[in-house]
Design a binder for this molecule. Structure first.
Ligand code: MN
Length: 258
């Protein structure tokens, strides 16, 4: 087995090392990861500047790009052959609910799925911990990877694994939950009297929904959410079907009425 490991916390992050140590049991590991922290990079791809990949250890490449760049470059260039699996993480901090859309960790798994390679994103819900112990998360990552390699994944699907701090009660199959958004922007004044803003400074809650990723972790369980690439909201078709779509057919340059 050949496994590509990446992350968005950077190639020196302890979560990545814990993951590599544990996944070695499955086969050959190659690391292609950002040379610095790129958390919140989402699914961005570097198109307007060259990328450099430096082999800082045997089979470990530090790339001056995003997690998505790393997966792309790894599969298309740096790896000797197509990997059997891509594992991204272990992220410091959970990636659940709406936060998934900002996540570079999850985007790396997304990119692998686009390229037809089975993928797993792994996060430890540890943002508040001074010292994060990645041991349990690494064990769950190994067990989940084994299942993926054994059974394969449904088409266009990858797994988003979140593990709580401490020893999990077990694991639950969940759906993506919802955050409760509050005052996300904090406004302050710098020492010279100019305003500055800080996004996401406060701790946000989540909606307590049975079966969600947030709920599983709040109850001490690890969570596996199957995610897919098709963002279409099929539940909206009925409602949108009642619109008069013919009114949207604007012809020629006469678009003032839109
Ligand atoms: Mn991160």
């Amino acid at each position: 087995m050949l496994i590509l490991v990446t992350n968005d916390d950077g190639i020196h992050a302890p979560g990545l090392h814990a993951l590599v140590d544990r996944l070695t049991a499955l086969g050959q590991i190659m690391v292609v990861a950002p040379d610095r922290e790129r958390s919140g990079a989402s699914h961005s791809l570097t198109l307007h500047s060259p990328l450099r990949a430096e082999e800082i250890r045997p089979s470990a490449f530090a790339v001056d790009g995003t997690p998505t760049d790393c997966v792309n470059l790894g599969i298309n260039g740096l790896l000797p052959r197509r990997p059997d699996l891509v594992v991204s993480g272990i992220n410091r901090g959970g990636n659940m609910g709406d936060d998934i859309t900002y996540s570079g960790t999850v985007a790396a798994a997304f990119e692998a799925t686009l390229m037809g390679v089975p993928a797993l994103a792994v996060s430890l819900d540890a943002s508040q911990a001074v010292y994060a112990d990645y041991g349990a998360a690494a064990s769950y990552a190994l067990a989940t990877s084994r299942q993926i390699l054994e059974h394969g994944l449904p088409a266009d699907t990858f797994l988003n694994l979140n593990v709580p701090l401490g020893e999990p009660q077990g694991v639950r199959l969940t759906r993506q939950g919802k955050r409760r958004y509050g005052d996300m922007v904090i406004e302050k004044q710098d020492p010279r009297g100019r305003k500055y803003y800080w996004i996401g400074g406060g701790e946000l809650g989540f909606q307590a929904e049975e079966g969600s990723d947030f709920q599983a972790l709040a109850q001490g369980f690890a969570s596996i959410t199957p995610l897919h690439l098709d963002l279409t909201n099929y539940r909206s078709f009925d409602e949108l079907g009642r619109w008069s779509l013919q009114d949207l057919n604007v012809e020629g340059p006469h678009k003032e009425g839109m």
